[in-house]
Design a protein around this ligand. Structure first.
Ligand code: SF4
Ligand code: FES
Length: 137
């Protein structure tokens, strides 16, 4: 079995470690620091285009841990009040507060949010209860 690909990019102060196999393509890095993370440039990661604090703060937001900073261990945030439940045959229910970034990049905070999994909701990506109705032929 071949070793997973790992690449490193340094600005002389901090070294970004990139594990492409873990990336879920959220685009958070591309939107957050577009001069550093840009698919149109080679290499696509150019850490010298931001200061080290900005880089560390951005890498912390990578949801998949495809990005990390060498020698930096991020303390996990305590989100134990947030409960995520997969409703059988229904939505993913999040209780306890979530900030959702919608398609237009607008951020909406909701105490309870239900994401549709059946893809039949008229309010997709939010559940509108359609999953409980019989499917039309
Ligand atoms: S933030 Fe992380 S998961 Fe999202 S695109 Fe960048 S590397 Fe991939
Ligand atoms: S899961 Fe409820 S409408 Fe899709």
């Amino acid at each position: 079995m071949s070793e997973p690909l790992v690449k490193e990019y340094s600005n002389g102060e901090v070294t970004i470690v990139w594990k492409p196999d873990l990336c879920i393509h959220s685009g958070i890095c591309l939107r957050g620091l577009p001069k550093v993370f840009n698919l149109k440039q080679r290499p696509w990661v150019q850490p010298e285009k931001a200061n080290s604090d900005q880089i560390v703060a951005l890498v912390r937001e990578c949801p998949s841990k495809a990005l990390s900073v060498k020698g930096v261990r991020f303390k996990e945030k305590d989100n134990s009040d947030v409960k995520v439940t997969l409703i059988p045959g229904g939505p993913i229910l999040i209780k306890g507060g979530a900030t959702v970034t919608e398609r237009n990049h607008k951020q909406v905070h909701r105490e309870t949010v239900a994401f549709c999994r059946c893809k039949r909701s008229r309010k997709f990506p939010y559940c509108d209860g359609t999953h409980a109705q019989p499917k039309e032929d």
